[in-house]
Design a protein around this ligand. Structure first.
Ligand code: HEM
Ligand SMILES: *[C@@H]1O[C@H](CO)[C@@H](O)[C@H](O)[C@H]1NC(C)=O
Ligand SMILES: *[C@@H]1O[C@H](CO)[C@@H](O)[C@H](O)[C@H]1NC(C)=O
Ligand SMILES: CC(=O)N[C@H]1CO[C@H](CO)[C@@H](O)[C@@H]1O
Length: 309
């Protein structure tokens, strides 16, 4: 008896591919369909969804804490923290959740919806696919303060970036591999402001940015203009999950200082060998998705991703 119970608990307490195969067989296909459908009208969506999953996992583990709205009696949630300022895509998660709740009530966690959406997002943008271990449960805590402490900042040095990722249990190499996600999506001018205008006391613009490129960026991110204006990470193929991340950095067309310092540190073989990089990216995404997850009897399956049950 005891052995059987122990077995059951250990089975419950880890993520596995196909966790919903019996309880809601259509779940994964539905997430994929809806992400595809919504992305057809909004090509920025894959980047938005990938970033949501990453932010979720980096703050108190992959437990959908990033989705909780402010609620009375609770501290300000992740969502309102500064690094989260530009997070979007919450309505798409709401839509997926609503459809899944109608089909399989109280079964699919919001955390797994984020992980499955991120997988579909990368695939849709032309990146590699992987099998997502599922069975994460939703947390009841969400803290803006913790978000500020936990997420790496674009102004970080290479050492700060490394230490941040190591603190989450991710290696240098995983950090570099995952950072290639910045081949899709956009950053707000405010995120590159320092690099363009206030590099240091003697130099206005980071000399590692190609000067023609810097001039074009300054035209969009002009002083006095709205800091919320956005610029693509990859000016050539902003919606394509390709190898341009490294090419751009090589040619002085990187956006974030954090990407630049990572590049300076490691002109790695990863930039040359796409097969190897794809393999490592799959593994790193699965590792990212397993950070500090709640399984078994921990946490809950939220009925609405924005609220605790
Ligand atoms: C290495 C540390 C990282 C730093 C400092 C960083 C920082 C940033 C910043 C500042 C932005 C722009 C936000 C804005 O201004 O609106 C951004 C966007 C983005 N980040 Fe990262 N990031 C990091 C790692 C990652 C990782 C590991 C992933 C994915 C696994 C990721 C995925 C994305 C995506 C997809 C976007 C575009 C979002 C959109 O278009 O809305 N980032 N990141
Ligand atoms: C500012 O940056 C430039 C270019 O990297 C460098 O040559 C210069 O010494 C820096 N100045 C200060 C005060 O750090
Ligand atoms: C790229 O990596 C793959 C998989 O690790 C390996 O089989 C292949 O030989 C590598 N190609 C080059 C050009 O290094
Ligand atoms: C999506 C979201 O809730 N963003 C918030 C991030 O933080 C800023 C400042 O605290 C809020 O104004 C945003 O609403």
């Amino acid at each position: 008896m005891v052995v059987i119970v122990l077995l059951k608990v250990s089975q419950l307490s880890s993520l596995r591919v196909g966790f919903y195969a019996k309880s809601c067989p259509a779940a994964e296909a539905i997430v994929s369909k809806l992400v595809r459908l919504k992305s057809r009208y909004n090509p920025s969506l894959p980047a938005v969804l990938l970033r949501l999953h990453y932010h979720d996992c980096f703050v108190a583990g992959c437990d959908a804490s990033v989705l909780l709205d402010p609620a009375s009696g609770y501290p300000p949630p992740e969502k309102v923290a500064l690094p989260n300022e530009s997070l979007r895509g919450f309505e798409v998660v709401d839509l997926i959740k609503t459809v899944l709740e109608a089909l399989c009530p109280s079964t699919i966690s919001c955390a797994d919806i984020l992980a499955l959406s991120a997988r579909e997002a990368v695939l849709l943008a032309g990146g590699p696919a992987w099998e997502v271990p599922t069975g994460c449960r939703d947390g009841r805590l969400s803290s803006a303060l913790l978000a500020v402490i936990s997420l790496p900042q674009p102004q970080f040095s290479a050492i700060q970036l490394k230490n941040n990722f190591l603190g989450h249990g991710l290696s240098d190499e995983e950090m570099i591999t995952l950072s290639r996600s910045h081949t899709i999506g956009f950053a707000r001018c405010v995120s590159i402001w320092d690099r363009l205008y206030y590099y240091n006391s003697t130099t206005e613009t980071d000399p590692r940015i190609n000067s023609a490129y810097a001039a074009r960026r300054k035209r969009i991110c002009a002083t006095g203009r709205n800091l919320g204006m956005i610029v693509p990470f990859d000016p050539v193929t902003p919606f394509k999950f390709d190898n341009m991340y490294y090419k751009n950095l090589e040619e002085g067309r990187g956006l974030l200082l954090s990407d630049q310092v990572l590049y300076d540190e490691t002109v790695s073989m990863l930039s040359r060998n796409s097969t190897e990089w794809e393999k490592r990216f799959r593994e790193a995404m699965i590792h990212l998705g397993s950070l500090n997850v709640k399984t078994g009897l921990q946490g809950e399956i939220r009925r609405n991703c924005r609220r605790r049950n």
